[in-house]
Design a protein around this ligand. Structure first.
Ligand SMILES: [Zn+2]
Ligand SMILES: [Zn+2]
Length: 252
């Protein structure tokens, strides 16, 4: 493999933009599906992939820094007609959906987009289960892809992932994970626009030990629990019913 191509390093987790998984959900808008995958002649950067028909991730930030990973047609993500690693492909898609085009792309070493996307993927299943548990009823769950928004007063850029519980009569509750580019070590958890927790992932706060599976799992549990608690409160307020009174395990 070419020396300038990096292998994804599982130890560095979301710090490393090259830690990429296959795209778990289709692009919003769907126009990218019209693009065919692109082949080249490089070894694929995905751990365990032995294909040698990869092309370099097309990501170049405003300072000219590049991603320097290569992805085969099966492992790349096409966005705006160009091949990217999954993380950068999602960033480009999110900017495209917001009508911001490929410019200005976040700096390659800014972890905001990759951190929120990585944590959201890691907690997605347990978040869905927790939300359904905290807000009983026959509700649908919408899981939204990586998105970007600008917040006042300095138009700081915030990267988000969102879950929305909804019924046929409207939206019940929304949970958002967010990381701002100017505070890219802090994960915010918000329920219906109210911030309920700000957490620094252990692999950032304690580099030596924070990457261990049990430590990571405890962090994911904290993220889900912060959201679950607030959603349960919101449900109780909206129905004036204390869940403790109706849950079978609390009876008697
Ligand atoms: Zn591959
Ligand atoms: Zn990339």
């Amino acid at each position: 493999m070419a020396p300038w191509l990096r292998r994804p390093n599982q130890d560095t987790l979301a710090d490393d933009l090259s830690v990429c998984d296959p795209d778990p959900y289709p692009a919003d808008g769907g126009s990218d599906h019209a693009w065919l995958p692109i082949s080249g002649d490089l070894p694929c950067s995905r751990a365990g992939c032995s294909r040698v028909n990869a092309v370099v991730c097309a990501y170049v930030d405003r300072r000219g820094s590049t991603c320097d990973t290569a992805w085969c047609p099966d492992d790349q993500l096409i966005a705006d007609g160009r091949p990217y690693c999954v993380r950068h492909g999602r960033v480009v898609r999110a900017l495209h959906i917001e009508g911001l085009g490929p410019d200005p792309l976040p700096d390659i070493d800014n972890r905001a987009a990759s951190l929120v996307d990585f944590v959201a993927d890691a907690v997605s299943t347990s978040m869905g289960t927790a939300l359904h548990g905290a807000w009983p009823g026959d509700l649908g769950l919408g899981v939204h892809p990586l998105a970007v928004q600008h917040t006042a007063p300095h138009r700081r850029r915030m990267w988000t992932r969102k879950w929305k519980l909804h019924s046929h009569t409207g939206n019940a509750v929304a949970v958002v994970l967010a990381v701002a580019e100017d505070r890219d070590h802090v994960l915010m958890v918000a329920v219906d626009s109210r911030t309920v927790a700000e957490l620094v992932p252990p692999w950032i706060s304690h580099r030596a030990t924070g990457g261990k599976a049990a430590v990571r799992q405890a962090f994911y549990n904290d993220v889900v629990e912060a959201a679950r608690r607030r959603v349960e409160q919101a449900y109780e307020q909206s129905t004036a019913v204390t869940l403790r009174d109706v849950r079978p395990e609390a009876a008697g």
